[in-house]
Design a protein around this ligand. Sequence first.
Ligand code: SDX
Length: 392
Amino acid sequence: TNGVTTIDPGYKNTGSCLSSITFLDGEKGILRYRGYSIEELAEKADFLEVIYLLIFGELPTQDQLDKFHADIKSKSVVDDDIKKILDAFPKSAHPMGVLSSLTSALTAFNPSSVNVDSEEEMYNAIIKILGKFPVLVAWTLRKKQGLPLDYGDNNLGYVENVLKMMFCKPNESYVQNEIVVNALDKLLILHADHEQNCSTSTVRIVGSSHAGLFASLSSGISALWGPLHGGANQAVLEMLEAIKEDGGDTKKYMAKAKDKNDPFRLMGFGHRVYKNFDPRAKIIKVAADEVLANLGVDDPILDIAKGLEQEALNDPYFVDRKLYPNVDFYSGIIYRAMGIPVEMFTVMFALGRLPGWIAQWREMRERKEPIGRPRQIYTGENLRPFVSVEKR
Ligand code: SDX
Protein backbone atom coordinates (compact mmCIF):
# COMPACT_ATOMS: atom_id res chain seq x y z
CA THR A 1 0.00 0.00 0.00
CA ASN A 2 1.08 3.62 -0.18
CA GLY A 3 1.20 3.93 3.59
CA VAL A 4 -2.34 5.26 3.85
CA THR A 5 -4.12 3.45 6.69
CA THR A 6 -7.37 5.40 7.20
CA ILE A 7 -9.86 7.00 4.83
CA ASP A 8 -12.01 9.93 6.00
CA PRO A 9 -15.03 10.22 3.65
CA GLY A 10 -16.23 13.82 3.43
CA TYR A 11 -13.22 14.80 5.56
CA LYS A 12 -15.46 14.57 8.66
CA ASN A 13 -12.41 14.25 10.89
CA THR A 14 -9.74 15.95 8.79
CA GLY A 15 -8.39 19.44 9.23
CA SER A 16 -7.14 20.84 5.90
CA CYS A 17 -5.35 24.00 7.00
CA LEU A 18 -4.52 26.54 9.67
CA SER A 19 -6.69 29.62 9.31
CA SER A 20 -7.16 32.88 11.22
CA ILE A 21 -10.31 34.06 9.44
CA THR A 22 -13.39 32.36 10.94
CA PHE A 23 -13.92 30.47 14.19
CA LEU A 24 -16.74 27.95 14.69
CA ASP A 25 -17.66 26.05 17.84
CA GLY A 26 -20.26 23.48 16.81
CA GLU A 27 -21.11 22.43 20.35
CA LYS A 28 -21.68 25.96 21.63
CA GLY A 29 -23.10 27.40 18.40
CA ILE A 30 -20.38 30.05 18.16
CA LEU A 31 -19.44 31.81 14.89
CA ARG A 32 -16.87 34.64 14.76
CA TYR A 33 -15.24 36.48 11.84
CA ARG A 34 -11.71 37.58 12.79
CA GLY A 35 -12.73 37.36 16.48
CA TYR A 36 -15.94 39.40 16.21
CA SER A 37 -19.18 37.53 17.08
CA ILE A 38 -21.69 37.00 14.28
CA GLU A 39 -24.40 38.41 16.58
CA GLU A 40 -22.56 41.74 16.94
CA LEU A 41 -21.60 41.96 13.27
CA ALA A 42 -25.16 41.18 12.10
CA GLU A 43 -26.49 43.87 14.42
CA LYS A 44 -23.86 46.63 14.18
CA ALA A 45 -21.83 46.23 10.96
CA ASP A 46 -22.72 46.55 7.30
CA PHE A 47 -21.78 44.09 4.59
CA LEU A 48 -19.00 46.21 3.05
CA GLU A 49 -17.31 46.54 6.47
CA VAL A 50 -17.53 42.76 6.91
CA ILE A 51 -16.05 42.21 3.44
CA TYR A 52 -13.09 44.37 4.44
CA LEU A 53 -12.79 42.66 7.85
CA LEU A 54 -12.77 39.15 6.40
CA ILE A 55 -10.26 39.92 3.65
CA PHE A 56 -7.86 42.27 5.48
CA GLY A 57 -8.36 41.12 9.07
CA GLU A 58 -9.42 44.38 10.73
CA LEU A 59 -12.56 46.54 10.83
CA PRO A 60 -11.82 49.49 8.51
CA THR A 61 -11.62 53.14 9.54
CA GLN A 62 -14.05 55.39 7.67
CA ASP A 63 -11.25 56.54 5.35
CA GLN A 64 -10.20 52.94 4.63
CA LEU A 65 -13.81 52.00 3.95
CA ASP A 66 -14.37 54.98 1.65
CA LYS A 67 -11.22 54.22 -0.35
CA PHE A 68 -12.09 50.52 -0.53
CA HIS A 69 -15.56 51.33 -1.86
CA ALA A 70 -14.18 53.87 -4.35
CA ASP A 71 -11.64 51.31 -5.62
CA ILE A 72 -14.37 48.68 -6.00
CA LYS A 73 -16.62 51.09 -7.89
CA SER A 74 -13.74 51.97 -10.22
CA LYS A 75 -13.54 48.31 -11.28
CA SER A 76 -17.25 47.51 -11.45
CA VAL A 77 -17.59 47.74 -15.25
CA VAL A 78 -18.24 44.36 -16.86
CA ASP A 79 -16.90 43.91 -20.40
CA ASP A 80 -19.75 44.20 -22.88
CA ASP A 81 -18.78 40.91 -24.55
CA ILE A 82 -19.78 39.08 -21.36
CA LYS A 83 -23.35 39.90 -22.40
CA LYS A 84 -22.90 37.70 -25.47
CA ILE A 85 -22.12 34.76 -23.20
CA LEU A 86 -25.14 35.59 -21.06
CA ASP A 87 -27.34 35.84 -24.17
CA ALA A 88 -26.23 32.39 -25.31
CA PHE A 89 -27.93 30.77 -22.30
CA PRO A 90 -31.56 29.65 -22.53
CA LYS A 91 -33.91 31.53 -20.19
CA SER A 92 -34.47 28.22 -18.43
CA ALA A 93 -30.79 28.00 -17.39
CA HIS A 94 -30.32 27.81 -13.64
CA PRO A 95 -28.78 31.11 -12.43
CA MET A 96 -26.01 29.27 -10.53
CA GLY A 97 -24.78 27.67 -13.76
CA VAL A 98 -24.89 31.04 -15.51
CA LEU A 99 -23.09 32.77 -12.63
CA SER A 100 -20.35 30.14 -12.47
CA SER A 101 -19.76 30.45 -16.23
CA LEU A 102 -19.72 34.24 -16.27
CA THR A 103 -17.37 34.34 -13.27
CA SER A 104 -14.93 32.04 -15.03
CA ALA A 105 -15.32 34.09 -18.22
CA LEU A 106 -14.09 37.19 -16.35
CA THR A 107 -10.57 35.76 -16.61
CA ALA A 108 -10.71 36.10 -20.40
CA PHE A 109 -11.39 39.83 -20.07
CA ASN A 110 -9.02 40.39 -17.14
CA PRO A 111 -6.03 38.11 -17.88
CA SER A 112 -3.76 40.05 -15.54
CA SER A 113 -5.89 38.94 -12.58
CA VAL A 114 -4.30 35.48 -12.71
CA ASN A 115 -1.00 36.82 -11.36
CA VAL A 116 -1.27 37.74 -7.70
CA ASP A 117 2.39 37.56 -6.72
CA SER A 118 2.53 41.15 -5.51
CA GLU A 119 0.23 42.69 -2.90
CA GLU A 120 -0.90 45.21 -5.51
CA GLU A 121 -1.80 42.49 -8.04
CA MET A 122 -3.69 40.61 -5.31
CA TYR A 123 -5.55 43.78 -4.30
CA ASN A 124 -6.48 44.58 -7.91
CA ALA A 125 -7.86 41.09 -8.53
CA ILE A 126 -9.90 41.31 -5.30
CA ILE A 127 -11.47 44.70 -6.00
CA LYS A 128 -12.21 43.65 -9.59
CA ILE A 129 -14.30 40.68 -8.51
CA LEU A 130 -15.94 42.67 -5.69
CA GLY A 131 -16.96 45.26 -8.30
CA LYS A 132 -18.06 42.94 -11.07
CA PHE A 133 -19.69 40.04 -9.18
CA PRO A 134 -22.75 42.04 -8.01
CA VAL A 135 -23.32 43.05 -11.66
CA LEU A 136 -23.19 39.39 -12.75
CA VAL A 137 -25.56 38.45 -9.91
CA ALA A 138 -28.08 41.06 -11.01
CA TRP A 139 -27.67 40.12 -14.68
CA THR A 140 -28.55 36.47 -13.96
CA LEU A 141 -31.88 37.69 -12.56
CA ARG A 142 -32.52 40.16 -15.41
CA LYS A 143 -31.81 37.36 -17.92
CA LYS A 144 -34.34 35.07 -16.24
CA GLN A 145 -36.95 37.83 -16.21
CA GLY A 146 -36.22 38.95 -19.76
CA LEU A 147 -35.49 42.47 -18.48
CA PRO A 148 -32.80 44.79 -19.90
CA LEU A 149 -29.48 44.66 -18.05
CA ASP A 150 -28.73 47.49 -15.63
CA TYR A 151 -25.23 48.81 -14.90
CA GLY A 152 -25.88 50.12 -11.40
CA ASP A 153 -25.33 53.50 -9.85
CA ASN A 154 -22.00 54.40 -8.28
CA ASN A 155 -23.68 56.86 -5.93
CA LEU A 156 -25.38 54.01 -4.10
CA GLY A 157 -24.09 51.84 -1.26
CA TYR A 158 -22.77 48.37 -2.07
CA VAL A 159 -25.95 46.47 -1.16
CA GLU A 160 -28.28 49.24 -2.37
CA ASN A 161 -26.58 49.02 -5.76
CA VAL A 162 -27.17 45.26 -5.97
CA LEU A 163 -30.87 45.76 -5.28
CA LYS A 164 -31.11 48.59 -7.81
CA MET A 165 -29.48 46.47 -10.56
CA MET A 166 -31.79 43.57 -9.70
CA PHE A 167 -35.11 45.36 -9.36
CA CYS A 168 -35.06 48.72 -11.16
CA LYS A 169 -37.67 48.96 -13.89
CA PRO A 170 -36.73 50.44 -17.30
CA ASN A 171 -37.51 54.17 -17.53
CA GLU A 172 -38.50 54.38 -13.86
CA SER A 173 -36.44 55.87 -11.04
CA TYR A 174 -35.66 53.16 -8.49
CA VAL A 175 -36.82 53.86 -4.92
CA GLN A 176 -34.85 52.02 -2.24
CA ASN A 177 -36.83 50.16 0.40
CA GLU A 178 -34.80 50.56 3.60
CA ILE A 179 -36.34 47.41 5.11
CA VAL A 180 -35.16 45.36 2.16
CA VAL A 181 -31.70 46.99 2.10
CA ASN A 182 -31.16 46.32 5.82
CA ALA A 183 -32.49 42.77 5.60
CA LEU A 184 -30.29 41.87 2.63
CA ASP A 185 -27.28 43.51 4.27
CA LYS A 186 -27.81 41.35 7.37
CA LEU A 187 -28.36 38.16 5.33
CA LEU A 188 -25.17 38.75 3.33
CA ILE A 189 -23.19 39.27 6.55
CA LEU A 190 -24.58 36.00 7.95
CA HIS A 191 -23.49 34.10 4.82
CA ALA A 192 -20.08 35.77 4.44
CA ASP A 193 -17.78 32.97 5.65
CA HIS A 194 -17.94 29.63 7.38
CA GLU A 195 -14.40 28.16 7.67
CA GLN A 196 -13.75 25.04 5.56
CA ASN A 197 -17.24 24.25 4.21
CA CYS A 198 -17.56 22.40 0.92
CA SER A 199 -17.45 25.42 -1.42
CA THR A 200 -14.65 27.18 0.47
CA SER A 201 -12.58 23.99 0.50
CA THR A 202 -13.20 23.84 -3.25
CA VAL A 203 -12.00 27.42 -3.75
CA ARG A 204 -8.89 26.66 -1.72
CA ILE A 205 -8.00 23.42 -3.45
CA VAL A 206 -8.57 24.81 -6.96
CA GLY A 207 -6.53 27.87 -6.00
CA SER A 208 -3.78 25.65 -4.57
CA SER A 209 -2.79 24.73 -8.15
CA HIS A 210 -2.33 28.51 -8.69
CA ALA A 211 -5.37 28.70 -10.96
CA GLY A 212 -6.59 32.32 -10.94
CA LEU A 213 -8.97 33.83 -8.38
CA PHE A 214 -11.93 34.01 -10.80
CA ALA A 215 -11.50 30.38 -11.90
CA SER A 216 -11.30 29.29 -8.26
CA LEU A 217 -14.43 31.26 -7.36
CA SER A 218 -16.26 29.76 -10.34
CA SER A 219 -15.53 26.30 -8.90
CA GLY A 220 -16.78 27.40 -5.50
CA ILE A 221 -20.06 28.57 -7.06
CA SER A 222 -20.50 25.13 -8.60
CA ALA A 223 -19.90 23.40 -5.26
CA LEU A 224 -22.33 25.76 -3.51
CA TRP A 225 -25.02 24.91 -6.10
CA GLY A 226 -25.57 21.42 -4.69
CA PRO A 227 -28.78 20.91 -2.63
CA LEU A 228 -26.77 19.50 0.27
CA HIS A 229 -24.90 22.84 0.49
CA GLY A 230 -26.04 26.29 -0.62
CA GLY A 231 -28.67 24.86 -2.94
CA ALA A 232 -30.54 23.86 0.23
CA ASN A 233 -32.10 27.33 0.55
CA GLN A 234 -33.93 26.76 -2.74
CA ALA A 235 -34.75 23.15 -1.78
CA VAL A 236 -36.23 24.33 1.55
CA LEU A 237 -38.74 26.63 -0.16
CA GLU A 238 -39.65 23.93 -2.69
CA MET A 239 -40.17 21.53 0.21
CA LEU A 240 -42.30 24.01 2.18
CA GLU A 241 -44.36 24.75 -0.95
CA ALA A 242 -44.92 21.00 -1.46
CA ILE A 243 -46.05 20.65 2.16
CA LYS A 244 -48.40 23.63 1.76
CA GLU A 245 -49.84 22.17 -1.48
CA ASP A 246 -50.23 18.90 0.40
CA GLY A 247 -52.51 20.54 2.94
CA GLY A 248 -49.74 21.51 5.37
CA ASP A 249 -49.32 17.92 6.52
CA THR A 250 -45.91 18.30 8.20
CA LYS A 251 -46.20 14.90 9.94
CA LYS A 252 -46.15 13.13 6.57
CA TYR A 253 -42.91 14.86 5.58
CA MET A 254 -41.35 14.21 8.96
CA ALA A 255 -42.07 10.52 8.45
CA LYS A 256 -40.55 10.64 4.94
CA ALA A 257 -37.43 12.34 6.35
CA LYS A 258 -37.02 9.48 8.86
CA ASP A 259 -37.70 6.70 6.39
CA LYS A 260 -34.37 5.17 5.41
CA ASN A 261 -35.89 3.95 2.14
CA ASP A 262 -37.08 7.42 1.24
CA PRO A 263 -34.34 9.69 -0.18
CA PHE A 264 -36.31 12.74 1.06
CA ARG A 265 -34.45 14.83 3.65
CA LEU A 266 -35.78 17.69 5.72
CA MET A 267 -33.94 20.37 3.76
CA GLY A 268 -32.52 23.19 5.87
CA PHE A 269 -31.95 20.78 8.78
CA GLY A 270 -28.70 19.33 9.99
CA HIS A 271 -25.12 20.50 9.88
CA ARG A 272 -21.69 18.90 9.85
CA VAL A 273 -20.38 21.21 12.57
CA TYR A 274 -23.29 22.69 14.52
CA LYS A 275 -24.62 20.00 16.85
CA ASN A 276 -26.93 22.19 18.90
CA PHE A 277 -28.04 25.16 16.86
CA ASP A 278 -26.79 27.25 13.97
CA PRO A 279 -26.43 30.79 15.37
CA ARG A 280 -27.21 32.20 11.94
CA ALA A 281 -30.53 30.34 11.81
CA LYS A 282 -31.54 31.88 15.14
CA ILE A 283 -30.82 35.38 13.84
CA ILE A 284 -32.54 34.77 10.48
CA LYS A 285 -35.65 33.33 12.16
CA VAL A 286 -36.08 36.55 14.17
CA ALA A 287 -35.36 38.63 11.07
CA ALA A 288 -37.96 36.69 9.07
CA ASP A 289 -40.70 37.71 11.50
CA GLU A 290 -39.52 41.34 11.46
CA VAL A 291 -39.05 41.68 7.70
CA LEU A 292 -42.36 40.05 6.80
CA ALA A 293 -44.20 42.17 9.37
CA ASN A 294 -42.48 45.37 8.16
CA LEU A 295 -43.20 44.51 4.53
CA GLY A 296 -46.77 43.58 5.42
CA VAL A 297 -46.24 40.11 3.97
CA ASP A 298 -48.29 37.29 5.51
CA ASP A 299 -46.68 34.11 4.20
CA PRO A 300 -48.20 30.82 5.43
CA ILE A 301 -44.90 29.17 4.51
CA LEU A 302 -43.32 30.79 7.59
CA ASP A 303 -45.87 29.11 9.87
CA ILE A 304 -45.24 25.75 8.16
CA ALA A 305 -41.48 26.23 8.70
CA LYS A 306 -41.99 27.01 12.39
CA GLY A 307 -44.28 24.00 12.73
CA LEU A 308 -41.66 21.72 11.20
CA GLU A 309 -38.99 23.13 13.50
CA GLN A 310 -41.14 22.55 16.56
CA GLU A 311 -41.91 18.97 15.54
CA ALA A 312 -38.26 18.19 14.81
CA LEU A 313 -37.13 19.66 18.14
CA ASN A 314 -39.42 17.14 19.87
CA ASP A 315 -38.73 14.15 17.64
CA PRO A 316 -36.18 11.57 18.90
CA TYR A 317 -34.94 10.84 15.34
CA PHE A 318 -33.86 14.47 14.92
CA VAL A 319 -32.83 15.06 18.53
CA ASP A 320 -30.68 11.89 18.61
CA ARG A 321 -28.95 12.96 15.39
CA LYS A 322 -28.64 16.55 16.61
CA LEU A 323 -30.50 17.88 13.59
CA TYR A 324 -31.52 21.54 13.92
CA PRO A 325 -32.42 24.27 11.44
CA ASN A 326 -29.35 25.59 9.61
CA VAL A 327 -28.70 28.87 7.83
CA ASP A 328 -30.76 27.75 4.83
CA PHE A 329 -33.96 26.96 6.66
CA TYR A 330 -35.45 30.46 7.07
CA SER A 331 -33.37 32.55 4.64
CA GLY A 332 -35.49 31.76 1.58
CA ILE A 333 -38.63 33.01 3.33
CA ILE A 334 -37.04 36.46 3.58
CA TYR A 335 -35.68 36.38 0.02
CA ARG A 336 -39.18 35.53 -1.21
CA ALA A 337 -40.73 38.37 0.78
CA MET A 338 -38.22 40.68 -0.94
CA GLY A 339 -39.46 39.52 -4.34
CA ILE A 340 -36.39 37.38 -5.15
CA PRO A 341 -37.38 34.30 -7.21
CA VAL A 342 -36.59 30.91 -5.63
CA GLU A 343 -34.06 29.88 -8.27
CA MET A 344 -32.04 32.99 -7.32
CA PHE A 345 -31.76 32.07 -3.61
CA THR A 346 -28.45 30.25 -3.97
CA VAL A 347 -27.08 33.10 -6.08
CA MET A 348 -27.78 35.36 -3.08
CA PHE A 349 -25.89 32.86 -0.92
CA ALA A 350 -22.94 33.09 -3.35
CA LEU A 351 -23.02 36.91 -3.17
CA GLY A 352 -22.81 36.67 0.61
CA ARG A 353 -20.07 34.01 0.57
CA LEU A 354 -17.90 35.85 -1.96
CA PRO A 355 -15.80 37.72 0.63
CA GLY A 356 -15.23 34.52 2.59
CA TRP A 357 -14.05 32.68 -0.50
CA ILE A 358 -11.76 35.59 -1.38
CA ALA A 359 -10.34 35.84 2.17
CA GLN A 360 -9.67 32.10 2.38
CA TRP A 361 -8.14 32.00 -1.13
CA ARG A 362 -5.88 34.96 -0.29
CA GLU A 363 -4.81 33.28 2.99
CA MET A 364 -4.03 30.03 1.13
CA ARG A 365 -1.87 31.89 -1.44
CA GLU A 366 -0.19 34.20 1.09
CA ARG A 367 0.76 31.19 3.21
CA LYS A 368 2.07 29.40 0.11
CA GLU A 369 -0.01 26.29 0.91
CA PRO A 370 1.06 23.19 -1.07
CA ILE A 371 -1.12 21.95 -3.93
CA GLY A 372 -4.00 19.85 -2.60
CA ARG A 373 -3.41 16.22 -3.52
CA PRO A 374 -4.76 13.54 -1.10
CA ARG A 375 -3.97 9.79 -1.45
CA GLN A 376 -6.33 6.79 -1.44
CA ILE A 377 -6.58 3.12 -0.54
CA TYR A 378 -6.74 1.14 -3.81
CA THR A 379 -9.44 -1.57 -3.91
CA GLY A 380 -9.44 -2.40 -7.62
CA GLU A 381 -8.05 -5.31 -9.71
CA ASN A 382 -4.54 -6.68 -9.23
CA LEU A 383 -2.11 -6.77 -12.16
CA ARG A 384 -3.56 -8.57 -15.19
CA PRO A 385 -2.36 -9.04 -18.82
CA PHE A 386 -4.00 -7.18 -21.74
CA VAL A 387 -6.52 -9.25 -23.79
CA SER A 388 -7.00 -8.44 -27.46
CA VAL A 389 -10.54 -7.61 -28.52
CA GLU A 390 -10.92 -10.89 -30.49
CA LYS A 391 -10.40 -12.85 -27.30
CA ARG A 392 -12.74 -10.83 -25.01
C1 SDX B 1 -24.83 24.64 4.34
O1 SDX B 1 -20.42 23.20 6.05
C2 SDX B 1 -21.01 24.30 6.18
O2 SDX B 1 -20.68 25.14 7.01
C3 SDX B 1 -22.15 24.54 5.20
C4 SDX B 1 -22.90 25.85 5.41
C5 SDX B 1 -22.03 27.06 5.12
O3 SDX B 1 -22.31 28.13 5.67
O4 SDX B 1 -21.13 26.93 4.24
O5 SDX B 1 -23.33 25.94 6.76
C6 SDX B 1 -24.11 25.95 4.50
O6 SDX B 1 -24.54 23.92 3.42
C7 SDX B 1 -25.85 24.23 5.38
C8 SDX B 1 -26.42 22.80 5.12
C9 SDX B 1 -27.49 22.90 4.02
N1 SDX B 1 -27.92 21.51 3.65
C10 SDX B 1 -29.14 21.05 3.97
O7 SDX B 1 -29.95 21.65 4.68
C11 SDX B 1 -29.47 19.69 3.35
C12 SDX B 1 -30.05 18.76 4.43
N2 SDX B 1 -28.98 18.46 5.39
C13 SDX B 1 -28.23 17.26 5.21
O8 SDX B 1 -28.09 16.77 3.93
C14 SDX B 1 -27.04 17.11 6.15
O9 SDX B 1 -27.50 17.38 7.41
C15 SDX B 1 -25.78 17.90 5.88
C16 SDX B 1 -25.32 17.77 4.47
C17 SDX B 1 -26.00 19.35 6.20
C18 SDX B 1 -24.69 17.39 6.83
O10 SDX B 1 -24.41 16.10 6.41
P1 SDX B 1 -23.44 15.14 7.26
O11 SDX B 1 -22.71 15.90 8.31
O12 SDX B 1 -22.64 14.37 6.27
O13 SDX B 1 -24.44 14.22 8.03
P2 SDX B 1 -25.03 12.83 7.49
O14 SDX B 1 -25.55 13.02 6.09
O15 SDX B 1 -24.01 11.76 7.71
O16 SDX B 1 -26.29 12.60 8.46
C19 SDX B 1 -26.11 12.06 9.79
C20 SDX B 1 -27.43 11.35 10.08
C21 SDX B 1 -27.85 10.36 9.01
O17 SDX B 1 -28.71 9.43 9.63
P3 SDX B 1 -28.08 7.95 10.03
O18 SDX B 1 -27.45 7.41 8.74
O19 SDX B 1 -27.06 8.25 11.09
O20 SDX B 1 -29.25 7.13 10.52
O21 SDX B 1 -28.49 12.31 10.15
C22 SDX B 1 -29.41 12.05 9.08
C23 SDX B 1 -28.72 11.17 8.08
O22 SDX B 1 -29.66 10.36 7.39
N3 SDX B 1 -29.73 13.35 8.51
C24 SDX B 1 -30.96 13.75 8.14
C25 SDX B 1 -30.81 15.07 7.70
N4 SDX B 1 -29.52 15.44 7.80
C26 SDX B 1 -28.86 14.37 8.30
N5 SDX B 1 -32.14 13.10 8.14
C27 SDX B 1 -33.21 13.81 7.68
N6 SDX B 1 -33.14 15.11 7.26
C28 SDX B 1 -31.95 15.77 7.24
N7 SDX B 1 -31.88 17.02 6.83
